[in-house]
Design a protein around this ligand. Structure first.
Ligand code: TXA
Ligand code: MG
Length: 332
């Protein structure tokens, strides 16, 4: 049985949220809201509970999890070396959409790190996530709360659709504001490397710690174990178009066609389904995963999605779109 509770992020009912913390304390699984996407959480230090996360999601065991903490000082429980860059980035961007990879300390279950010598840590900004971690009295290991392979959930309804019957509790805390997963930056080597782009951009980090490498779609072996799996895929075929107005050229007869575009009303497209993603890439990012799921519900066969800008959150948005599209990107 999966219990669903509703928590207002602006006025948290601590008694009700304590029920979720009790589930975590007893080794259960709770889907909870964060500012990026919903997470599926368990006590980081309970290896059996963490193993159940993989079972519930159908996630490959070689894909490590992020541990979510409620206070910067808890980083010391995870890392055997804490470089200055970690402190600087944490002070600047936590709580927020940034995950830091560090050399791990002994005592963290192998299930969390997939047996790697490094560990991923993040302090979210979402009030419900932070209160849940505090009430649970332990860091919470959590991947995104979707079934493996489907788009990350940005509403409780997405978690309910994917995980009912598979987890103990789902907390409905409204929409995730950012809408795509956190930036993952690896600080365990000589030079910081962005393994997954997100809400905190390489430029943001360079202004605080200097050199940061981000090589876009890295060829060859993926450094972030999760990056090798197909991700963010709806049932419909996704095609990214730089010139979204040209979608008619690529349209096929008999296929239900969906267009996702910024300022879509201005474009006046003749697609079967049109989703407007507002004026800029921030709004686009906030709605992307929601709309990819909606396209399936609305029976779309093909989704034409507008190419985002090549800076700011547009970089992360492009990364997710590229993956949903399996690399089908048409430039002008
Ligand atoms: O915004 C987010 O990061 C959300 C919320 C719930 O916090 N979480 C999330 O988790 O997206 P997940 O598991 O879907 O993605 C975590 C990524 C995976 O690609 C994983 O391979 C990578 O982080 N990762 C975790 N530990 C790592 C490590 N030690 N070294 C390299 N990559 C790691
Ligand atoms: Mg995920």
């Amino acid at each position: 049985m999966t219990k669903i509770i509703k928590i207002d992020p602006l006025n948290i009912d601590m008694d009700l949220l304590s029920q979720a913390a009790d589930v975590i304390k007893h080794g259960g699984l709770v889907a909870f809201p964060t500012e990026t996407v919903y997470g599926l959480g368990a006590d980081t230090f309970n290896a059996e509970a963490v193993a159940n996360i993989f079972r519930a999601k159908g996630r490959p065991m070689d894909n490590p999890l992020i541990s979510h903490i409620a206070d910067i000082s808890e980083i010391e429980r995870f890392a055997r070396e804490i470089p200055d860059s970690a402190i600087k980035l944490a002070n600047e961007f936590w709580g927020g959409p940034l995950t830091i990879i560090l050399k791990k300390k002994n005592g963290i279950p192998d299930a969390v790190t997939a047996g790697l010598d490094t560990v991923a840590v993040r302090l979210p900004s979402h009030s419900v996530a932070n209160a849940l971690i505090k009430l649970s009295g332990t860091p919470i290991a959590a991947p995104s709360a979707n079934l493996s392979g489907s788009p990350s959930p940005t509403t409780a309804q997405h978690c309910i659709a994917d995980l009912t019957g598979r987890v103990d509790m789902i907390i409905d805390g409204g929409n995730s504001m950012i809408g795509i997963e956190s930036t993952v930056v690896d600080l365990s080597g000589e030079v910081p490397v962005v393994l997954r782009p997100g809400g905190i951009t390489p430029e943001d980090m360079r202004s605080v710690i200097g050199e940061v490498i981000y090589s876009g779609e890295i060829e060859g072996a993926p450094r972030c174990p999760g990056m090798k799996y197909t991700h963010y895929s709806p049932e419909a075929q996704v095609i990214v178009l730089e010139d979204i107005a040209s979608f008619e050229k690529y349209r096929e007869n008999g296929k239900k066609t969906c267009v996702i575009a910024k300022n879509a009303p201005k474009l006046n497209p003749s697609a079967d389904i049109v989703y407007d993603v507002g004026a800029d890439d921030r709004e686009y990012a906030a709605r992307l995963f929601y709309l990819l799921r909606k396209a399936d519900e609305d029976g779309a066969d093909v989704v034409f999605a507008e190419l985002p800008e090549n800076h700011g959150i547009g970089i992360a948005l492009y990364n997710r779109l590229y993956k949903s599209a399996g690399g089908r990107v048409i430039l002008k």
